[in-house]
Each structure stands twice: as structure tokens, then as C-alpha cells.
Design a protein around this ligand. Sequence first.
Ligand code: 6PG
Length: 240
Amino acid sequence: MTLKIYNSKQELADRFADFFFHFSKSKEEVYVSLSGGSTPRVFFESLTERYGSKIDWKKIHFYWGDERCVPPAAEESNYKMTRDFLLSKVDIPDSNIHRIKGENRPDEEAIAYAELLEENLPSKNELPYFDLLILGMGDDGHTASIFPHQIALWESDKYCEVAKHPETGQNRISLTGKVINNAACVVFLVTGQSKAKKLKEIIREEGAYTGYPATLVAPGSGNLIWFLDKEAASQLDSAG
Ligand code: 6PG
């Protein structure tokens, strides 16, 4: 596990854009699973501004680690956020973009997306194999769309599960632990003071850390990198 701590959300975004650019040159074809929420937006803006014309987007294949069960044009859609801040600004073939169809029946889409992963991704350990899998972490320690109240979904033998947001009840489609932990490289992007307590518990294996789905992210490759801003990391360096 590697921790990279930056002074601001913007600096984190810029450094992860640098990381992504170099990562994109490491292979002929690069299979990437994207996260949702607000943090990736700053990264997408930095990536398009600084590397939009330098990356060979034809070799980059985008998937999602989770999606809200809403139409693709809905403000809450992770796909819409990605389209608005990244996909619409770079020369990437539509055929390289594999969104989770939030407009479909959740139970059917969870099956369909699992089949899509099976058909389109390389395989390792007889599982879909991502080169780079990007995650965020919620204030409650959730990751992708596996929330603490449904942490058992992490251990599902399926590649994708239907999850439910604990407050809103919104249906989500999420990758499960077996796919997430099979990735070659897993990167967390975590910013803000609201994440600091959970992050300390997870990194130091203290408190109720076993109840947080983010704790379960442990890729077999050993390649787990936390990109943090100093607010999110503020309790990591406190004595004691
Ligand atoms: C989602 C995300 C979710 C997100 C975390 C962090 O669909 O909301 O996939 O797991 O990464 O909630 O979100 P922020 O980046 O907004 O803090």
C-alpha cells in the first residue's frame, strides 16, 4: 500500500493526471474502471487540459466501477459527469466507452454488465482483469457502491451486484470485491476533512474499520495506491 499526500485537491488531480498519462503509455491496450462522485471531476479537468492531446485515446477502454440507476443524461449519472468533463473533450472512439446502463432494470443490468466485462476484458485468475481501477471513498467508508449496511455484497460470487444507497434508497450497480481486487493496480482518490477519521481507521486498522467496504480493497497484485489531499490525511500523522 502506497500513500501519496498532496497539499490540495487540485495538486492531487494534477499528479494523478501525470500518473494516468504515464500509465497509459505502459501497454498496447489499457483497460480502466472509473469511479463516480465529485472527486474524479477535478482529475478529468486536469487530464484533458494537460494531456488531452498527448494520450492515444484509441488504446484506452473505459468502464465504470459503479453507477447510479438513473438515465445517462441525469445529473447524478457517473457516466454523464465523465462525458461532460472528459469524454466530450478527447478523441476517444465511442466503442471504447462501456457505460453501465443506469436506465435499465437494475437486476437485468447487473447481469448484462457482468457479461460485458466477461466478453470485453482480458482475464486473469479466470476473472475480468482491469489494468487500472479507480475508486473513491464515501464519508461512511463505502467504495464503489458497496455501502457498510450491505458489506456482504463485497463477497458476492457475481462480478456485479445491485446495491442500495442507505439514505436515499437509490439503486446502484456496483462491481464486487472479486473484480476490484483482481485489478493490476487500484488507486483511491480521497479528499476532504470528512474522510479523515475513516481513513485513519482503515489505514491504521483501528476502530470499526472492519465494517467499512473500503477496508476490503486489497488487490492480489499488492498495487494499491491512495492519492490523498492533506485534509483527508490530517489524522494519519497525528501522534499516538
Ligand atoms: C459514487 C461513487 C462513490 C464515490 C464516493 C466518494 O457513485 O458516488 O462511485 O463510491 O467514489 O462516494 O465520492 P466523492 O468523490 O464525491 O467524495
